[in-house]
Design a binder for this molecule. Structure first.
Ligand code: NDP
Length: 399
């Protein structure tokens, strides 16, 4: 029987919810490209409840214990005396969410001699040292598509929030003011602006589709070009390089995975190639941007605004400069963990575990690493190497 260690974020400070603002979730039939939603044999949770926090347990306990497995759920993931570190030595499976990542470093993987499967309850397995997983023949899987649309909605919200100066205007109201000039002095329409996405995968394409009705000029760069029909339908301009994309955009949104090719892509050199007063929205991964270069660009006015929900490390330390830099619209890492998204990725994790225990193949689109190689979605979107560098420090850092 297997031991499963599941690392989840803490419950709300007010305790695990007893009620929710809405009664349930809309029923979706499939993802926009036709991919089917998760297909576990059954689930033991109510969609629309909080599943991603410790007490929610991703709805897995009944299923796992009924089969004789041991489930350990904890939020204590960093520092050498963390529950995660203490429980790793005989764990067969580790599950965590990118919002509260269990940094599966080479060091941790070496200690976990029984580890065979690492599951990302969400999308983006960069918190796992994929190279080390390949060397140890550990399968890495994630729930592809589960929260791509959730993030795309968040990106549109953040672009509008920055360009229209929403957050400072909201704060004037809360402070009791009626400071219209203060609010308006940094507020624009996006109509007519040039908006570009770095990557037009599931999230990037969904962002482009959602922005189309705003009458903006849509640009993108990606490793693989979209079809001519999609380019025509959305009126897209393709750029073979990120440098040429950023040079003409008023707004840039980052929607690629973090892997060796994209780590610190937005450094001082690339930011200097952007238009003066551009906006940058990054909901992909914190390490795709150089932390200090972003803060400096906001202070100098080179960037008019920066928003996103991804940081490095996570949770971000109290003194992380992105908490206090000017003109930012940062949130904690939340865009992909709406109650709607949680229902999908909890079901997806259950599907992956059902396949694992029944020795049935895991869906190809869920695979990142398998049989010692990049596989499935991992093979398509990642590059070999380790973008987890620095996670050794993050994993040792305890808040
Ligand atoms: P997809 O795999 O559908 O899309 C990723 C796209 O990035 C692919 O089109 C891929 O290209 C492209 N890409 C990879 N490397 C580069 C590069 N160097 N330059 C340009 N494009 C590149 O994934 P999703 O759209 O669903 O998710 C993207 C990322 O968003 C995730 O990896 C994750 O990091 C982040 N994410 C964040 C969440 C949040 O809560 N904030 C939640 C979910 C995801 P191709 O396939 O053509 O090779």
């Amino acid at each position: 029987m297997a031991k499963i260690v599941c690392v989840l974020y803490d419950d709300p400070v007010t305790g695990y919810p007893k009620s929710y603002p809405r009664g349930g979730l809309p029923l979706l039939q499939k993802y926009p490209d036709g991919q089917s939603l998760p297909t576990p044999e059954r689930v033991d949770f109510e969609p629309g409840t909080l599943l991603g926090s410790v007490s929610g347990e991703l709805g897995l306990r009944k299923f796992l214990e009924s089969q004789g497995h041991k489930l350990v759920v904890t939020s204590d993931k960093d520092g050498s005396n963390s529950v995660l570190d203490r429980e790793l030595s005989d764990a067969e499976i580790v599950i965590s969410q990118p919002f509260w990542p269990a940094y599966m470093t080479k060091e941790r993987i070496a200690k976990a001699s029984n580890l065979k499967l690492i599951v990302t309850a969400g999308i983006g397995s960069d918190h796992t040292d994929l190279k080390a997983a390949m060397e140890k023949n550990i399968t890495v899987a994630e729930v592809t598509y589960c929260n791509s649309i959730s993030v795309a909605e968040h990106v549109v919200m953040m672009i509008l929030g920055l360009v229209r100066n929403y957050i400072p205007s909201y704060q004037w109201v809360v402070k009791g003011g009626w400071n219209i000039a203060d609010c308006a002095a940094r507020s624009y329409d996006i109509e007519g602006m040039t908006v570009g996405t770095v990557a037009a995968g599931r999230i990037g394409l969904a962002v482009l589709r959602r922005l189309k009705p705003f009458d903006v000029k849509l640009h993108y760069t990606d490793k693989h070009r979209l079809s001519a029909e999609v380019e025509k339908e959305l009126g897209l301009t393709y750029h073979p390089s990120v440098e040429s994309l950023v040079a003409c955009c008023d707004v840039v949104t980052i929607n690629c995975p973090l892997h060796p090719e994209t780590e610190h892509l937005f450094n001082e050199t690339l930011i200097n190639k952007m238009k003066y007063g551009a906006y940058l929205v990054n909901t992909a991964r914190g390490k795709i941007c150089d932390r200090d270069a972003i803060a400096k660009a906001l202070e100098s006015g080179k960037l008019a605004g920066y928003a996103g929900d991804v940081w490095f490390p996570q949770p971000a330390p109290k003194d992380h400069p992105w908490r206090t830099m000017p003109h930012h619209g940062m949130t904690p890492h939340i865009s992909g963990t709406t109650l709607s998204a949680q229902a999908r990725y909890a079901a997806g994790v259950r599907e992956i575990l059902e396949c694992w225990f029944a020795k049935k193949p895991i869906r190809n689109e869920y695979l990142i690493v398998d049989k010692g190689k990049l596989a499935g979605t991992g093979k398509h979107s990642y590059t070999e190497g380790n973008a987890t560098k620095g996670s050794e420090e993050a994993a040792k850092f305890s808040t």
